[in-house]
Design a protein around this ligand. Structure first.
Ligand code: BDR
Ligand code: CA
Length: 314
């Protein structure tokens, strides 16, 4: 199984990504780090603990990290994921508690113990990662690979016409990440991919509900407010699962059906805050990021449904 460090602002789709990493048999989570984003960092930490417990994994350390973006005010997505980030279904408090080592320390020290072996998957605003890069500019070279749920390579935003939440929430951090990236080490999976190839249709939602296993029921119920928001605000029949798609790509890169390498910068000016600036000129600088453009929808959903029906350990 792939040794993983996962950075997350655990809301309802991050939670499903954690199930994939913890229970598919493809991942070996060494640590989870949390950051402010969908919800305040304390809430995201609570949700990460609950999600890991749901997968039967009370042994994985969860390290709280940065409580606000580098320079901006925190704007959460509680209107989408619920006040608690998990569909407001009244989840009980976790039995486990978080670890005392800060997320940024964990991101910095973990690859020193396992050089070149760990895969980093980021599902959140890139604040912790940028803070770690300020301390160690060569950090990415110490990881096997870095997969980020970030941006929208077709420039279709979800918080503004041209910006995706994780990049928009902390554009300065995202910019630091692009400046440290090389396409061999860093792959971004944008929101557009989940909208094109991983929509949970009403039929998929019904299937998840009817499976009846603890993980399937959890995954279905916590995405209640996301499903409502998709239907009522965006007029779409299904909700998307950006973080699970990014995690699936990390666990099973053969799910990628289309990708490109490009030079990416991030806008930090107010009108286009968080927009990806993808340079496709013939004279463009060398690519810095591999951008996933499409994934295999059938393969992704098989991984999802197989995982939530896997018997829990013990
Ligand atoms: C991203 O923002 C959050 O709402 C999701 O958890 C995902 O990480 C999608 O834009
Ligand atoms: Ca997230």
């Amino acid at each position: 199984a792939l040794p993983l460090i996962i950075d997350t602002d655990t809301g309802s789709d991050d939670a499903v990504a954690l199930l994939l990493a913890a229970a598919s048999g493809l991942g070996d989570i060494r640590a989870v780090t949390t950051v402010a984003g969908n919800v305040p960092v304390e809430t995201g930490t609570r949700n990460a603990l609950i999600s890991l417990e749901t997968a039967g994994r009370t042994d994985i350390p969860v390290h709280p990290g940065c409580a606000r973006p580098m320079t901006r005010t925190l704007s959460t997505a509680q209107h989408v994921h619920g006040e608690d980030g998990m569909g407001d279904i009244g989840l009980p408090d976790p039995a486990t508690t978080c670890h005392h080592t800060h997320a940024v320390e964990t991101l910095l020290s973990s690859p020193h113990r396992h050089p070149g072996e760990l895969t980093l998957v980021t599902l959140a605003p890139l604040t912790n990662i940028a803070a770690a890069l300020l301390r160690d500019p060569d950090l990415f070279t110490r990881y096997r690979h870095v997969y980020c749920m970030a941006g929208a390579a077709d420039l279709r935003g979800n918080v503004s016409p041209t910006a995706e939440f994780n990049v928009w929430a902390d554009p300065e951090a995202a910019r630091i990440v692009t400046q440290a990236a090389t396409p061999e080490k860093v792959t971004w999976i944008g929101w557009d991919v989940s909208r094109k190839d991983a929509v949970m249709t009403p039929t998929d939602q019904q299937r998840l509900e009817q499976l009846g296993t603890p993980m399937a029921t959890f995954a279905h119920r916590i995405n209640r407010t996301v499903a409502d928001w998709a239907r009522d605000v965006t007029g779409l029949a299904g909700y998307d699962l950006p973080d699970p798609v990014a995690m699936a790509v990390a666990l099973k890169p053969d799910l990628i059906t289309e990708q490109e390498q490009a030079h990416v910068d991030i806008s930090v000016t107010d009108d286009t805050r968080g927009q990806m600036i993808i340079d496709r000129r013939l004279s463009a600088p060398a690519p810095n990021i591999t951008l996933v453009r499409r994934v295999d929808e059938t393969g992704f959903k098989k991984l999802l449904f197989d995982t939530v029906t896997t018997p829990l350990p013990g």
